[in-house]
Design a protein around this ligand. Structure first.
Ligand code: ATP
Length: 554
């Protein structure tokens, strides 16, 4: 039996004969978008005898979704119906996916169920503690940070960050990482589930800060694909390690053209592979005391078409017996085969690609009749983009600049960040996005990975992410980049919306391949009624779980 309570009223009993009927109702609620309300207002609780995350309910719901999807025909008037001609558009500009960019330290190319349940006023308060108590959730753990054997000073750092319980990847990875003798690790977990803390906690636990000499000797090296991600990791270490006396952190990212090379006299170095290699060559960094090498976004870092060469060369310059730690949300087969060689005899935490999408991210797509209609739809969405913060991903640097220019000229406040600008300018843009001064950021794949800004409630894929070969588009979806891009929202149990624009048959087909690959549902937004579109998206992104100050309760 399911009992529902409306604010100020007694619970209304609704008899649900079995889990399948409950699942049907659940799915229908989800599809009618009432789920955002269900998950929304804590003042109007819906009491369920089992959690919305109950494994049986989820499995049965999934079966309903799958069966409905296989029966469903494309929405009438949708792009699938309209398009008869192949795409004739061709790229005219360098993308931030190309090898040219990666060599510059940029990221690689990158219902209705039961009538009773239809009540739109009902809602469930889902707290982080509920998510962390559900064995099927990636944030679940049975252990505490104390159980994981972390130093008390490090746990104090975690407390200041309001980390109460580890996530699944932290709980599983930390004992493997911290055991002695140290073993290599290949770790995979969904976006926004706390991989950074997993490797930072291991690094901090392994440092010897007993003498000034050791404090000034790099003992851990963390490599990331972009300066923005490297700087973000430095920020995490600073807060997590704030009670460790003598901890010195060095940032090794490309300097502006006229800047002097600085010496890495620090205990931990975080940087991009090309710059670290340069520093070692110039003896500005002495790697002899390194104990740990971490590659964040490891599949991107080891991809032979991207940063692979630089990482191999950097590894060749450091002691052979370092612990090698590789983390990412994605490990495509061809990179995984290489990763096991890069990190021999590693312990492994891996996932199937069907397990990779994050439940809190509502995936949608929008039919756009043309490239110009994409722009017009983006402008229509502007009010929603600024409810929280949003990131708009485009294919090329030129289109990022062009869209920014047009929107600014029309009086909208937007910023853009691409690999084509100097470091300090990039730092200023990302910092203003992080502190909320800039709420709409137009970017390329350079920011697709790792960037953690909890206020991001909306991601727009202005272009479907696509694989490149020899600098040319291949009409093949870039599954990994899609997942990383949408993962900029829905961080650590929050809720977000990801909208992908499709303007031709090729893009529509790529989107369907993405849906099949991840076995997820990407719903079409009907743009014939913008008020309804706005209402639906607003409900989700105004959800309590979408808020930046998402309260964590025990
Ligand atoms: N145990 C925890 N309790 C509460 N919040 C946490 C915990 N671990 C991590 N977080 C927060 O979760 C957010 C996402 O973490 P993080 O950036 O490490 O994710 P990730 O798994 O590396 O994601 P991505 O694959 O996108 O790089 C961060 O804001 C982080 O502060």
């Amino acid at each position: 039996m399911i009992t529902m309570a409306k604010a100020g009223r007694s619970p209304v009993p609704v008899t649900i004969p079995n889990i399948h009927v409950a699942a049907y109702c659940y799915v229908k609620l989800f599809q009618s978008h009432n789920i955002s309300e269900l998950l929304n207002t804590p003042r109007r609780p819906l009491h369920l005898p089992f959690s919305l995350q109950h494994p049986l309910l989820l499995r049965a719901s999934h079966q309903f979704i799958m069966s409905e999807n296989t029966e469903a025909s494309p929405a009438s008037g949708s792009l699938a119906d309209r398009i008869t001609k192949p795409d004739e558009s061709k790229p005219t500009d360098v993308s931030d996916n190309t090898a040219t960019d990666t060599s510059k330290d940029g990221a690689s190319g990158p219902g209705q169920g039961s009538a009773e349940l239809e009540e739109p006023d009902y809602s469930v308060a889902v707290k982080l503690s509920d998510l962390q108590a559900d064995p099927n959730n990636p944030l679940y753990s049975v252990k505490s940070f104390e159980d994981l054997g972390l130093d008390e000073r490090i746990r104090r750092g975690l407390s200041t960050m309001n980390f109460r319980k580890p996530s699944k990847v932290q709980e599983r990875a930390l004992p493997l990482l911290m055991s002695n003798p140290a073993k290599n690790l290949i770790g995979q977990s969904q976006s926004g589930t706390g991989k950074t803390a997993a490797f930072v906690l291991n690094v901090l636990s392994r440092l010897d800060l007993s003498t000034p000499e050791m404090q000034n000797s790099p003992q851990a090296l963390i490599l990331a694909p972009t300066r923005e991600l490297a700087r973000q990791i430095v920020g995490v270490i600073q807060v997590m390690g704030q009670f460790l006396d003598g901890l010195i952190i060095g940032t090794a990212v490309p300097a502006d053209s006229n800047a002097r090379v600085s010496k890495m006299e620090c205990s931990v170095v975080v940087g991009t592979p090309g710059t670290v290699q340069d520093l070692i060559k110039k003896r500005a960094m002495v790697p002899t005391r390194l104990k740990v090498l971490v590659l964040d976004e490891a599949d991107n870092m080891l991809d032979q078409q991207g940063l692979g060469d630089q990482c191999i060369r950097a590894k060749a310059m450091i002691p052979r017996d370092v612990q090698i730690v590789l983390f990412s949300a994605t490990f495509p087969t061809h990179v995984y085969r290489y990763a096991v060689k890069f990190a021999p005899e590693a312990n492994e935490i891996t996932l199937q690609h069907e397990e990779l999408t994050v439940d809190g991210i509502k995936q949608l797509y929008m039919d756009c009749g043309s490239e110009e209609e994409k722009y017009q739809n983006l402008v229509q969405l502007y009010g929603l983009l600024t409810v929280g913060s949003s990131i708009i991903f485009v294919r090329t640097r030129a289109s990022a600049q062009e869209i920014e220019k047009r929107m600014v000229a029309e009086g909208h406040t937007v910023a853009s960040l691409t690999g084509g600008v100097e470091g300090s300018q990039r730092d200023a843009v990302i910092d203003s996005f992080r502190n909320g001064d800039a709420k709409v950021l137009i970017t390329t794949n350079v920011l697709a990975r790792g960037i953690d800004v909890s206020t991001v409630s909306l991601v727009v894929n202005y272009d479907v992410p696509e694989e490149y070969s020899g600098g040319q588009r291949t009409n093949t979806p870039d599954f990994q980049t899609y997942l990383h891009r949408i993962g900029r929202t829905g961080r650590f149990g929050r809720i977000g919306v990801a909208i992908t624009f499709v303007s031709n048959r090729t893009e529509w087909e790529m989107l369907h391949k993405i849906q099949d690959h991840f076995q997820c549902t990407i719903d079409r937004i009907d743009t014939s009624d913008w008020d309804e579109v706005e209402e639906m998206i607003k409900k989700t992104i105004k959800n309590t779980r979408a808020q930046a100050d998402f309260v964590q309760t025990n």
